[in-house]
Ligand binder design. Sequence first.
Ligand SMILES: Nc1ncnc2c1ncn2[C@@H]1O[C@H](COP(=O)(O)OP(=O)(O)OP(=O)(O)O)[C@@H](O)[C@H]1O
Length: 751
Amino acid sequence: MTGIAGELAHEQAVVDTMYVRLDTLRGTTADRLRDVRLSGATGTHQNRSERDAFATLYEDRAAQLDAVEDRLVFGRLDLSDGATRYVGRIGLTDAEHRSMLTDWRAPAAEAFYRATALHPGDVHRRRHLVTKGRSVTGLEDEVLDLDAEIDPDALSGEGALLAAMAQGRTGRMSDIVATIQAEQDRIIRSDLSGALVVQGGPGTGKTAVALHRAAYLLYAHRRLLERSGVLVVGPSSAFLRYIDQVLPSLGETGVVSTTVGDLIPGIRATAVDEGQVARLKGLLLWRKIIRRAVRARERVPEREVTVRIEGHDFVIRPRDIRDAIARARRTHKPHNLARGAFVRDMLDRLTDQYRDFTDAPLSGEDRASVFEDLRSDRDVRVALNIAWLPITPEKLVTDLYTKPHRLAEAAPELTARERRLLQREAGAPWTESDVPILDEAYELLGEDDSVALAEARHREAEQAREVEYARSVLSSTGAGDGLVDAETLASRFAATGPSLTTAERAASDRAWTYGHVVVDEAQELSPMAWRSLVRRVPTRSMTIVGDVAQTSSAAGARDWDRMLTPLLRDGWRLAELTVSYRTPATVADTAQRVARAAGLPVSDLRAARDVEGSLTAVRTAAGSDGLPDEDTVVAEALGLVKELVGPDAGRVAVVAPGSGAARLAEAVAEALPGVVGTAEAARLGAQRPEDAQVTVLEPRQTKGLEFDAVVLVEPAAIAEGAGGTSDLYVAMTRPTQRLVVVHARDLPEGF
Ligand SMILES: Nc1ncnc2c1ncn2[C@@H]1O[C@H](COP(=O)(O)OP(=O)(O)OP(=O)(O)O)[C@@H](O)[C@H]1O
């Protein structure tokens, strides 16, 4: 065989050996895991922890080996010294420990992404291997030859890249490991220290790059990050679901992902604040407001209180309370934890009063007994509580929202009108912007963890008893020799015992500090939200990706410097991405013109490709609600569904102003069976909203997501909504193939 067929056959043989090796490793790992589990729950506590640790290790390894099945090998470098190096999802060595496959994150793989004709390094040829399942279906070669004509804007592995871009979309983001571009690779491999801010227009791969960077950092700094964990923060749970396959497909499972609204275990933010309220709740002023609100619970009474116990009068004096408060504050503990010092101090002073009455020194025993009488007296407790009230963060913040005098006292900087905006009914749900405020309150109040600790101790004792019991049953019945029972025991250990993974421990601990934090759609975060995040990463090692032209929150950033410098000082650096890998050039250029005409801070953007007929506009009459005629919108959407939606991939979204979205969703659902048939309509109708191949959304819900085609309804009305032209810019830049604009009014400037 010669030519391309020969090359393909050669690469197939190489790839086959890699899969054989992968299968061998999978088998060995499975055997080891079984042996560890079979070793049973016997031995000392240390034996058991060691066994648990090994089990977790093998489970992780098994998950990693399973995750790399698809496109295990995707690249080959031919070096100028004649050597070849294969690049893939993980590193593999043969039985003699010789390298077979280089992990994409290893330094030796860097050239695969970075070498150019202008700077070839020691690379003579770069080859992209296209695979389907375990078969090699195509090859793409780039000879990095200085004699060739050099295009500085050239994309690496252009064929593979364009193929990836043209693929039908599913409800899940996929990894880009085979086609990472040089400007992206530089960001992915950037140093761990400090905060790296990545600004880039829509579709430039910010999300993809941030996730690949997390995988890279876990590889390059595993010892450091495995114990502390990596936190990924996204804008919504729908978005987190969209990206949740990317890291596992790269072999990384131990990452915590969350929204700002879910940062505090046990608190669920189910509502969203809009406009002015969101802006007010995002202000750093809340540091002061919460501090004052806490201080207001440490209060010197105006008058003294006399308490009679067993015939003696004890006087609780304002002066003593003032001194005791001052001393307790000097402990620098949070309010609820410093309360103990305050109470002890006051009880000591009152005990001294007893000594002064009797005019005789008290024995240690007598002193303890008087102290105890005072401590358990109801009137004393009430008086001390009034001076230093223990309070939960939830109650402190609720009081500010529901009791106008509390807010007026704590927030004199706000105008009366602003304070009125913040008032709400008791029992109203928490909003996403409340969470950073609650977080501040948790910090200053402290968590009284004595109850939680007692519960944990109780659980541990309970568990030890259960395991002991199970073991005695096993040995008395002889069932311990059987695989099933030993495994049941092992899984009981794994589910509750000391072998919780770092991610699990981190996710359930509000005060956990991570080794690295990735923030996506970071432009939406308020200053208070940043404060909450920065608190979780004392090293300030962060990857922050976003686009200040896409900001829709009134509390978000329009300028990175203004938002981040107050928090991170000079501990952050900026990188930019400039090529859009999602949107066809015609659509991207139009969206940019519209955004610029509205004065948004738009980054330079060059689309990697154009698609013929990617932008069309359909003018129609307005319906009774002022929005474009519904039948036209539905007909356009269904035409695209017929053309682009297949059994496994292809997504179409109608994006409409908030007022029209719900009704349009009904209209599309009603018309669907007539166009695609009842069976297909039923299949599409049963999909979860996040995965839906046909969907109707408001502009803001599309943030971070993408579709093959978008029907955009009345751009002028979207631009007049709460998120302004930013929301329109986001909506326009979602499609990978087609944007159809249906409008009754004139199009905004720039179209
Ligand atoms: N190097 C690449 N190879 C293949 N596909 C890529 C590459 N870079 C980005 N993409 C694809 O481009 C699309 C856009 O990427 P991504 O969502 O990360 O962009 P973004 O900058 O976060 O966009 P937005 O600002 O709109 O949220 C995704 O489908 C992603 O897989």
